[in-house]
Design a protein around this ligand. Sequence first.
Ligand SMILES: Nc1nc2c(ncn2[C@@H]2O[C@H](COP(=O)(O)OP(=O)(O)OP(=O)(O)O)[C@@H](O)[C@H]2O)c(=O)[nH]1
Ligand SMILES: [Mg+2]
Length: 445
Amino acid sequence: MWRGLWTLVSRAARGPHRYGTSDPEPQVAPMTVLPPSRRSSRLYPADTHLFNILGPQSFTGEDCAEFHVHGGPAVVSGVLQALGSVPGLRPAEAGEFTRRAFAHGKLSLTEVEGLADLIHAETEAQRRQALRQLDGELGDLCRGWAETLTKALAHVEAYIDFSEDDNLEEGVLDQADSEVRKLEVALGVHLRDARRGQRLRSGAHVVVAGPPNAGKSSLVNLLSRKPVSIVSPEPGTTRDVLETPVDLAGFPALLSDTAGLREGVGPVEQEGVRRAQKRLEQADLILAVLDASDLASPASCNFLDTVVIPAGAGNPSGNSQRLLLVLNKSDLLPAGCSDPHPDLPSHLLLSCLTGEGLDGLLEALKKELAALCGDPSTGPLLTRSRHQHHLQGCLNALGQYKQARDLALAAEALRVARGHLSCLTGGGGTEEILDIIFRDFCVGK
Ligand SMILES: Nc1nc2c(ncn2[C@@H]2O[C@H](COP(=O)(O)OP(=O)(O)OP(=O)(O)O)[C@@H](O)[C@H]2O)c(=O)[nH]1
Ligand SMILES: [Mg+2]
């Protein structure tokens, strides 16, 4: 590669604009002396450096050259233009550096996914989770499990080949069975946590619902800190489901504003109510909003009876759907009235108008989201459906191992189980899967 390396001459690094249009195009000239590995060479003009990193220490594992130049757009475009004129040089494809690093064994597939997640992380919890995956935690776990399976397979094969032999130690099959049982338990634990991991990566679905005019859109705008929805004193303003991604107390969430739930309305609003109800069924967390000064209205009572009470408000540890009940417009309550409705299920008082109660709501949301997404530093490791698919495949194959009547079939089931773990870390990855994963990357990484 070094034979083809060129260094920039002064005009390229200075950029074309500074010298006017009559100036010649940026140029490159052959470089005679290369800097030693991991050292930089100063090029002309001052402050342009060439960094030489020899493989396999570089990110991709290949010999690399990095140009460190001033960040002004004209300088950068001058350098790129000059490099682009060298035969054989071209800009990197999206994800190409990472793909090369994977091809050279510098990163496993789960680490590649961790890097992609880190690049796209928008919240603190996502960043911490991505760092764990980039550090190789999931890959290490899979490799440990694959080793266990290799041992179990060796025991089964030893039994097939040498069971007649007196030298074979006793209970080899029992050992294999016990390893498989332990593995089943471990996989089960991680699979049960998979939904939380996926929420942590792509955001929990938080649906804001309630009767018309309760202040749902006002709350969505307050939490997302932008005017997502139209707010008006007219009941029935919101019809469509409006989604917005938000960072809620450090956790990623997809916040949906919905139509106010009520009966006896026109066909358009009716369709809005139908959509709102459908969205409610898919919610990870319902933010139920009522007007604190209008709790006796038929729409409020109906919402309490049909949504809040069945969802088991105040009992988030149960199996019921998670729900936070918010009594909005607390500013309209008589002064000095701390909790006007002690008989209602557990709730929070809020005023979207004054912002009072917002801190308490964010604190409650943080607790709910931590329970839904898991602790990003110690919690779930399976963040993609691809992970879940392979672990489930592995678990199914272990089930077949236990049912196999024939030792050859039992050994084959162990091989299938091990194959799934190897696909998870990229050992048996097909081109299509690699294409999907690398497509997520931004250009240049
Ligand atoms: N006093 C007071 N008014 C509020 C508060 N929050 C919202 N409002 C007002 O209540 C009215 C309805 O607010 P929205 O946010 O549009 O209510 P909504 O629940 O989205 O209404 P629909 O979309 O029609 O179902 C508007 O006039 C808001 O300004 C509050 O905390 N205090
Ligand atoms: Mg609205």
